[in-house]
Design a protein around this ligand. Structure first.
Ligand code: HEM
Length: 223
């Protein structure tokens, strides 16, 4: 795709052209931005489903019902119908946002309400803190409750796992599609139970990782 874009841009005198170095940098960005983040989303979601058997059963029933015709592997038309799974994914992104902070820098003096932000100040948007704010989410903020995503009336900026604005995550549609397909295939074939060896120890190293991994016992389900 990028090589094709380079060829097209060469033909048009737009003042901007892609060269091999730029293409290599873009590809590295895609690997960096797209791998760990999606792997962590899957890890935390499996941990949450394994710890919440009621939701696991509900999502399993939904996947089996929606994807009956193709044995649990969702087709493109079936993906939007996996609404419970989407709520579970959102709740996982809320509780364990892979990008826990968003670093920014003020390029000019800014007045934000009563705050004066001087040019050059480094600002970190605390995604994790926003996602765990009782004021924004209510008393059950630290509970796993995917039902909270049934309501469409969100305060803007309250749920920002993929950031917001023009430079938000360009891969978010792909990431959600990937997560839905993998989780649907897993959940329709196995039941998950959290292992007695699991130690809940999220650590923040820009992303949020489980310090000792997530150990799960899988039991094959009959289809
Ligand atoms: C659950 C998975 C993912 C999460 C939570 C996530 C989150 C984010 C966030 C928060 C940003 C904005 C960073 C900032 O503004 O400082 C971002 C940017 C970006 N993401 Fe993702 N991402 C995910 C998956 C992916 C995937 C699968 C791809 C590519 C296939 C991808 C490609 C990118 C790129 C290229 C940017 C930079 C966009 C720009 O600067 O214009 N991401 N992502």
């Amino acid at each position: 795709m990028l090589l094709n874009e380079m060829r097209i841009k060469r033909g048009i005198n737009s003042g901007f052209s892609l060269n091999m170095q730029l293409i290599m940098d873009e590809i590295k960005t895609f690997f960096f931005a797209g791998h760990d983040s999606t792997a962590l989303l899957l890890t935390w979601t499996v941990m949450l489903l394994a710890s919440n058997p009621t939701w696991q059963d509900k999502v399993c029933a939904e996947v089996r019902e929606v994807c009956r015709s193709n044995g649990g592997a969702p087709s493109v038309d079936q993906l939007p119908k996996l609404t419970l799974l989407k709520k579970v994914i959102n709740e996982s992104l809320r509780l364990y946002p892979p990008a826990s902070v968003l670093p920014r820098m003020a390029f000019e003096d800014i007045k934000l309400g009563d705050l004066h932000i001087p040019k050059g100040l480094s600002i970190w948007i605390p995604v994790l803190a926003i996602h765990h704010s009782e004021e924004l989410w209510g008393k059950d903020v630290n509970e796993f409750n995917p039902e909270r995503f049934s309501s469409k009336s969100f305060a803007p900026g309250r749920f920002i796992p993929f950031a917001a604005g023009p430079r938000n995550c360009v891969g978010q549609g792909f990431a959600i599609m990937e997560a839905k397909i993998i989780l649907a295939m897993l959940i329709s074939r196995f039941s998950f139970v959290i292992s007695e060896n699991y130690r809940h120890a999220p650590v923040i190293v820009l992303t949020i990782k489980p310090k000792y991994g997530v150990q799960i016992r899988l039991t094959p389900l009959s289809y």
